[in-house]
Design a protein around this ligand. Structure first.
Ligand code: NDP
Ligand code: OXD
Length: 306
């Protein structure tokens, strides 16, 4: 069995070592143009030339949960796209979102400013029932985040494509229930995949439907947000702030207004990192199952795009 590694932004050597240890029977190499046909590939944002040269791959294992970089490419119909299914990301995502939520709710940024000026001052406690948290995307990551937010006793709402029944979450589904979901939400968390349907979903019209003093946490993809719509809503006070981990252009360009806006907290696409050991274990187990003709989780539906 031949497996190619074709990942921009990843250092190949440690991945090759881990993959070879997990799949000792396989021949595992970094792909180079002109290489012979392979059976599987481990990829992150591969070039189209790789896919054009490798039309007989049985599956492409994406080194991330979001497959938007792959769905933009032309992939042979017989090749299945497989995304990472948690692999240690959901607990990181829960940490990130809970941190952003509590930092905002408890006004810790303002306390830090006071303390920096030597001020010992208190703010009035706020009520968590006034801060319902709405999670867009109730998949692997969204449901883990919902559990973490529930542990701090915030009201939790969710929105997904298909109807869901998640304990303790007021679930909404489909375009027809989006407005009700937004109108009840104060802290909006985006955990949607980036598809033709979800691109630009965080815009002037949708964000304006949040409860006054709304707060945005975008941890999905930069292209979910219409970036130029955010700042007017922050400046006119409808939104109290935003924590953004993802951007239309990454790295966020120097001079972009998000860097310096006082109500925006920026992180460099780090909310949930791909973990090597967990990812390799998951990919190796899935390849073994596929080789035995068994089903696996995390196969991307080409019609839905995620
Ligand atoms: P899943 O595929 O498990 O979940 C996606 C969820 O979004 C599902 O609940 C799905 O609904 C819902 N959804 C998709 N399309 C629509 C739509 N048009 N309308 C309403 N709901 C929709 O994905 P994950 O939870 O694993 O990951 C989510 C995203 O998080 C990734 O695609 C990636 O972009 C991002 N991510 C970001 C990271 C970071 O570090 N910032 C790290 C990892 C991931 P349904 O359940 O009905 O199918
Ligand atoms: C992912 C990511 O999709 O890192 O896994 O953003």
């Amino acid at each position: 069995m031949k497996i190619y590694f074709c990942c921009t932004d990843f250092k190949a050597e440690p991945w090759l070592t881990a993959l070879r240890t997990a799949l000792p029977q396989a021949e595992i190499e970094v792909w180079a143009p002109g290489a012979p046909p392979g059976d599987y590939a481990v990829v992150w944002a591969p070039p189209q030339a790789f896919l054009d040269e490798q039309p007989r791959l049985k599956a492409l294992f994406n080194l991330g949960a979001g497959v938007d970089a792959l769905t933009q490419l032309k992939v042979a119909p017989a090749t299945q796209l497989v995304r990472l299914d948690d692999a240690g990301m959901s607990v990181q995502m829960a940490e990130y979102v809970v941190h952003a939520l509590i930092r905002h709710f408890r006004e810790f940024a303002l306390y830090e400013q006071d303390v920096a000026q030597g001020k010992w001052s208190f703010r009035r406690p706020r009520l968590r029932q006034d801060f319902p948290v709405g999670i867009m995307g109730l998949g692997v990551l969204g449901q883990r985040v919902a559990r973490a937010v529930q542990a701090f006793e915030f009201p939790v709402l969710g929105w997904s494509r298909s109807a869901k029944d998640v304990p303790g979450v007021r679930c909404h589904a489909g375009a027809e229930q989006l407005s009700d979901f937004l109108a009840e939400t104060r802290v909006l968390v985006c955990l949607l995949p980036l598809t033709a349907e979800t691109e630009g979903i965080l815009n002037r019209q949708t964000l304006a439907q949040l409860r006054p003093g709304g707060y945005l946490i975008n941890v999905a993809r930069g292209a979910h947000l219409v970036e130029e719509d955010l700042i007017p809503l922050l400046d006119n006070g409808h939104l109290a702030g935003a924590t953004l981990d993802v951007f239309r252009q990454e790295p966020l360009p120097a001079g972009h207004p998000f860097w310096r806006h006082p109500k925006i907290a920026v992180t460099p696409h780090t909310a949930a990192r791909t973990l090597r050991d967990e990812s390799v274990a998951q990919i190796a187990a899935k390849i073994t199952r596929l080789e035995h003709g068994e089903s696996i989780a995390g196969i991307v539906d080409p019609m839905k795009g995620y």
